[in-house]
Design a binder for this molecule. Structure first.
Ligand code: AP5
Ligand code: MG
Length: 207
């Protein structure tokens, strides 16, 4: 099972990916999480990426393509994988065709006006990457999954969120037609409870 999750910032890709990966026992490969780990570890890639991420821009294709190529070559990915946040440009999608073409691309569809609240109210676990929302957890500071510390992401500020949405529409949304053309696209309504979105994803995955 080779899956890709498409969708704008805040659509719920990460939330759904962790449920789907648990159900199907496949690795969850979030390029955003990988880049944030590189920043936390102070690597050269991390330092380069941070400049782009803080502005809400995409990190250059060659950096991401190499990172994903290495990760997908690991033994753990032989049985399948879920890519969350990659590809994000047509060039990345073309590169992925040469590495491991996805079987199914799930587009989690949510209108822009819903996304601002989801992102400004998001808290993420520093340790396991799980996402939460203040509407549900209030001012809790501890992750209920792993006990890690909950923080606000640097790019979850209103001005940066607007840039990320703009970048999504210009550079990533064209992938919807790209994968529709390949017959791999499945669209799911992301504007329902996380449980309902998960059910809808299971339906399009055929199980
Ligand atoms: P990345 O980390 O991938 O961020 P993103 O695409 O902007 O998506 P998010 O993680 O913000 O949202 P999500 O869809 O995962 O939503 P979540 O489940 O958390 O990328 C960050 C940056 O890294 C990029 O801007 C770029 O600079 C760089 N980058 C990464 N990949 C790259 C690539 N391939 N090429 C170039 N650059 C790259 O949910 C959001 C909130 O909503 C949470 O609070 C959650 O609790 C809540 N929520 C979830 N589901 C629901 C629901 N159904 N109803 C109500 N609330 C919900
Ligand atoms: Mg995410």
């Amino acid at each position: 099972m080779k899956l890709v999750f498409l969708g704008p910032p805040g659509a719920g890709k990460g939330t759904q990916a962790s449920m789907v990966c648990q159900r199907f026992a496949i690795p969850h490969i979030s390029t955003g999480d990988m880049l944030r780990a590189a920043i936390a570890n102070g690597t050269e890639t991390g330092m380069k990426a941070k400049v782009f991420m803080d502005r809400g821009q995409l990190v250059p294709d060659e950096v991401l393509i190499e990172m994903v190529r290495e990760r997908l070559n690991e033994k753990e990915c032989e049985k399948g994988f879920l890519l969350d946040g990659f590809p994000r440009t047509v060039d990345q999608a073309e590169a992925l065709e040469g590495i491991a073409a996805p079987d199914v691309v799930v587009d989690v569809d949510v209108a822009d006006e819903k996304l601002l609240d989801r992102l400004t109210g998001r808290r993420v676990c520093e340790k396991c990457g799980e996402s939460f929302h203040v509407a549900k957890i209030g001012d809790a500071k501890v992750c209920s999954h792993c006990g890690g510390t909950l923080i606000q992401r640097d790019d979850d500020k209103p001005a940066t969120i607007r840039n990320r949405l703009d970048v999504y529409h210009r550079q990533t949304a064209p992938l919807i037609d790209y994968y529709r053309g390949k017959g791999a696209l499945r669209t799911v309504d992301g504007d329902q409870t996380p449980e309902k979105v998960f059910e809808a994803i299971l339906v399009v995955l055929g199980g």
